[in-house]
Structures are given as C-alpha cells and as structure tokens.
Design a protein around this ligand. Structure first.
Ligand SMILES: NC(=O)c1ccc[n+]([C@@H]2O[C@H](COP(=O)([O-])OP(=O)(O)OC[C@H]3O[C@@H](n4cnc5c(N)ncnc54)[C@H](O)[C@@H]3O)[C@@H](O)[C@H]2O)c1
Length: 259
C-alpha cells in the first residue's frame, strides 16, 4: 500500500531521539518532509545533514517547547521554508517522576508545561496551516494515561490530557476536515525508557519482569512500529479515522497478562 506521503510536510516534536526520531526517519523514507523539532541544535543539525546526505528533504528546528513563543517560532520557520503544514506529530515528553509523595505543586505545574502544554500550543499555532491543507494531528500519549504508574502524577495527567485533547480536537476540527488521533505506546526501548528503567535498583530484573508480561511476542515494541502506525494515521489511507486512541503495545494494556 502506497501511503501517498510524497512531499507532505510533517512537524515532529521531540524528533531528535527515540520514537520521534523513528517517525522522522520513516517519514523521510516515505518521501515526506519531516520538520525535526527538539532542544539540541547539534543533534538536529546532525540528523538533518544525515538525511539530506541520503537525498531526503527535511528541516531541523531548535526549540524549547515549554515556551509558547518557541512553538510559534517552530510553526513560523516551517511555513517560511515550505509554505505548508500537512501534519503535526505532538511527541516530545519526559517521564519525570513528579508524584504525590516525591513532588510538589511547583514541580507538578512545570512538568505539565513540559509534557502537555506544548501539545496545545503547537496545535494552536499550526491550526491555520492545517485548515488550509486539511491536514491532521497525531498526539503520542502513553498507556500510563489509562493504567497509572505510581510516582508520576504530572506525567500521567499530561498523557491522559493528550488522549482527551485528541478526542476534543477531533470534534472541534470536524468542520475543517482535520483528523486528530492518538498513538499510545507502552514499552518502547528509547533514551527516555532507558533513563526510567535505570531508576530501579536492578534495571535488568525490572526489564525482564516487564517484557515477560507483554502478550504478543514477549518483547518490547520498537520505535519503528510506533512510527508506522503514526504514518498510517497521518496518511489519506486513514481518511475516515478520527478521535481514536491506538494502542501499539503488543496487547500489554488490554489483554490478560496472566495468559
Ligand atoms: N519509550 C516508551 O516506552 C514510551 C512509552 C509511552 C509513551 N512514550 C511517549 O513517547 C514520546 C517520546 O518518548 P521517547 O521514549 O522517544 O523519549 P526520548 O527521550 O527518547 O525523546 C523525547 C525527545 O523529546 C525532547 N523533548 C522533551 N521535552 C521537550 C521540550 N519541552 N522541548 C523540546 N524538546 C523536548 C527530548 O529532548 C527528546 O529528544 C513521549 O511523549 C513519551 O511520553 C514513550
């Protein structure tokens, strides 16, 4: 199946590493034009240079997304270069361990800023361009939105908010033909995941305990598998799919783990 993504301009936040990087690489391979957004200018430029070296069009934008002005700048730079936006992938995030017992109100608010505030800001600033292209939005959330995790109040409220916003925006943007969906990973090996698992006294034991409970294949999901689902949702092949929460997790969230 040809996804028909040639020349489509997709902004991918947190596109320098992990899931975002996989979305960027797969988008480029499909002929789309990824705009790679993240904090590290150097890593962005390196990825941009690598992809360009392989003949792919792309643009790296350095931005601290917790600042609304940086979200606005990201959209402006994209439009200045390409004149259009066909899709927004809200993906940047940080599982930062701000809980009830191990957090405080200030850190809670700051974590929400880092995790969900920019999902709203990016959609807000990209909206006019998305209306013109009849583009669409994918929010990358987390299974913790529906299962909880413990010790991560702010991250979980952000992830649940991203699911709520996918449905809310799907309704609000119906008149413009803009589709909005969420992709929901559970256990994907990325720099974020590695940092999280290393917070446990015995990371290897923790990891083995998790993977043995992933029903399909007793393995983690790959970043590429999240990317493929995201690209399908971004494409016209998903033209009649909106307001959906897609769990790409080998059955981890919904199937009986005692099987
Ligand atoms: N890895 C998993 O198992 C897993 C599971 C569930 C959900 N997720 C979600 O997937 C998304 C990507 O996670 P990942 O595992 O690839 O993480 P990652 O740490 O590998 O990549 C996230 C990227 O986003 C960037 N970023 C974060 N906040 C930013 C900000 N305010 N401004 C600019 N850049 C920012 C980081 O610098 C990093 O490059 C996140 O939303 C995460 O919550 C991941």
């Amino acid at each position: 199946m040809d996804l028909g993504l040639t020349g489509r301009v997709f902004i991918v936040t947190g596109g320098y590493s992990g899931i975002g990087e996989a979305i960027v690489r797969e988008a480029a391979a499909e002929g789309a034009v990824p705009v790679i957004v993240g904090r590290s200018g150097e890593r962005g430029k390196n990825l941009e240079a690598e992809l360009r070296g392989r003949g792919y069009e792309c643009l790296a934008v350095q931005a601290e997304l917790a600042q609304p002005s940086e979200c606005q700048k990201t959209v402006a730079e994209t439009l200045a270069r390409y004149g259009r936006i066909d899709g927004l992938v809200n993906n940047a995030g940080l599982n930062d361990g701000v809980g009830l017992e191990n957090g405080d109100p200030e850190r809670f608010l700051e974590s929400i800023r880092q995790n969900v505030y920019h999902y709203y800001c990016m959609a807000h600033y990209a909206l006019e361009a998305l209306k013109k292209s009849r583009g669409n939005i994918v929010n990358v959330s987390s299974k913790t939105a529906v299962t909880g995790q413990g010790g991560t109040s702010a991250y979980v409220v952000s992830k649940a908010g991203q699911l709520g916003l996918a449905r809310e925006w799907a309704v609000e943007l119906l008149p413009y033909g803009i589709r909005v969906n969420a992709v929901v990973p559970a256990e994907v090996w990325t720099p974020l995941y590695e940092r999280w698992v290393n917070t446990f006294p015995n990371p290897e034991e923790k990891l083995a305990g998790i993977t043995k409970n992933i029903p399909l294949g007793r393995r983690m999901t790959t970043s590429q598998e999240i990317a493929w689902a995201t690209l399908f949702l971004l494409s016209d092949r998903a033209a009649h799919i909106t307001g959906q929460h897609w769990f790409v997790d080998g059955g981890y969230t919904h199937l009986d783990r005692a099987i």
